[in-house]
Design a protein around this ligand. Sequence first.
Ligand code: AMP
Length: 583
Amino acid sequence: MAVSNNHKEKLEFIEETTKNTDQVQAKVLSEILSRNAETEYLKRYNMEGATDRETFKVRIPIVAYEDLKPDIQRIAEGDKSPILAADPISEFLTSSGTSAGERKLMPTIEAELDRRQLLYSLLMPVMNLYVPDLDKGKGLYFYFIKSETKTPGGLVARPVLTSYYKSNHFKHRPFDPYNVITSPTAAILCTDSFQSMYVQMLCGLIYRAEVLRIGAVFASGLLRAIRFLQLHWRDLARDIETGTLNKEITDASVRESVKDVLIPNPDLAKFISDECSVENWAGIITRIWPHTKYLDVIVTGAMAQYIPTLEYYSGGLPMTCTMYASSECYFGLNLKPMCKPEEVTYTIMPNMCYCEFIPIEESYGKVTGSLVDLADVEVGKEYELVITTYSGLCRYRVGDVLLVTSFHNAAPQFRFIRRKNCLLSIDSDKTDESELQKGVERAAELIKSYGAGIVEYTSRTDTTAIPGHYVIYWELLVKEGGRWPEKEVFDKCCLEMEEELNSVYRQGRASDIIGPLEIRVLRSGAFEELMDYAISRGASINQYKAPRCVSFPPIIELLDSRVVSTHFSQGKPQWSPRRKDMK
Ligand code: AMP
């Protein structure tokens, strides 16, 4: 009864808030501006305590991370004066978007945890409208934390989900029959990713009959779990058969967390061995967890590349993308979570932050026109999202491009189109064109002494195997008197490129979330053929530029059919939690 009342209240909250989008947005902005009136930032732009939209829009500039970097650096170094926010900065959230190769540091305040929690609390009431009886079983979710560092000023810097899982909101969450998960908190909080995954999978197997939904944050995470099962099912089955935990699990609290659930169960062990030992893993998810109603994973944006593989392993289970969020702020949720991946739209909740939108065609040069408010965006148009948050970001460009598809009450619903400047992504890594260019330039140094250079290059991700990896296509020119580099040199080029890529990429490589980078050397003339192909499909000869990333299957086929040699990175690029930009 209490639960259904709570769900009812949450649904009413969504209705009320979205009906009054513009009023809520005005209130959010005025709250932010009045709370932060005495901050250095708002004073710098002469807000003089004004809390209205008009003054705000005239006086406050639209900024990107680089503009805020000096202020953020001061906070990181320990300046506790109210620079961006009046509330003390509680920690930094490290975005997967990077600046100068390092994760962006997003200052946050304590109260934001409550706002994030509020958005989480809306998800189940919505899901419950579409999928009944989710309170009758458990969710198998693969959640992980990442390493954290301290800034010179002593503030913790870590990804937003790590911050959330370590918070009391998560650790001491009250019992909710709709949110019972199979993973012990100790396993989620274990920094050793092998031990964490092992025990989460073990518990998922033990509770297999009760599992009603399976998820991870991103599609790539769930596929990693399947891959893990492929590699470790024998050990897992042995543990279940004997009721003893693998010795490789050394973390005492993790061991303790399975003490009562891991009891000898030879039948279950045999079942797992029978299912996992067959060659064909099609539909493995529903074979092992037969009551699964849906997969809870984000498959929008860059994650769409994983849809076919997830369909294969799950025998076509629905995939639900429930929310749209970032380190800067959590934005909104999908009000029709059971829709097809290509139909997913996110309703930005007007209470989370103040949102403005740059029409996409104006977003490339200097933004001069006035920005559009949340309630005023138009269906069918694409925009870049700009936010003003309680944590002190003012008119900050998130870098996401969104298409308005419809309205829920007075709140627009958006399809996530893409992240600006993101060329390659396997997991949370986001490699842009200039990072790729720098990587290619650095690797090209290794073939210089051979009289060889790279005439043209392009790239793509290959996610046919898990983990996915970056593929870089090179066409070479060897000058007269020069010679073709040996295989080992190209192998080295792969690692050299990786060394130049950003820290999120290198961290992904360190933890095997991303596979070794591959260089495919093309025969001479391949890029000219690519150009001919593009022109035959209507590209202008004068304006033709080789694409820096390809995804169109016929183009990939064309390139792959011209490959003369393939090379993989033989080592791992350097990565440590220590940031290069912090002493
Ligand atoms: P981070 O700053 O590392 O937390 O990453 C946030 C970014 O991830 C967003 O700005 C989006 O580009 C992307 N993202 C978050 N949620 C979604 C979603 N539901 N669909 C597609 N992309 C998303």
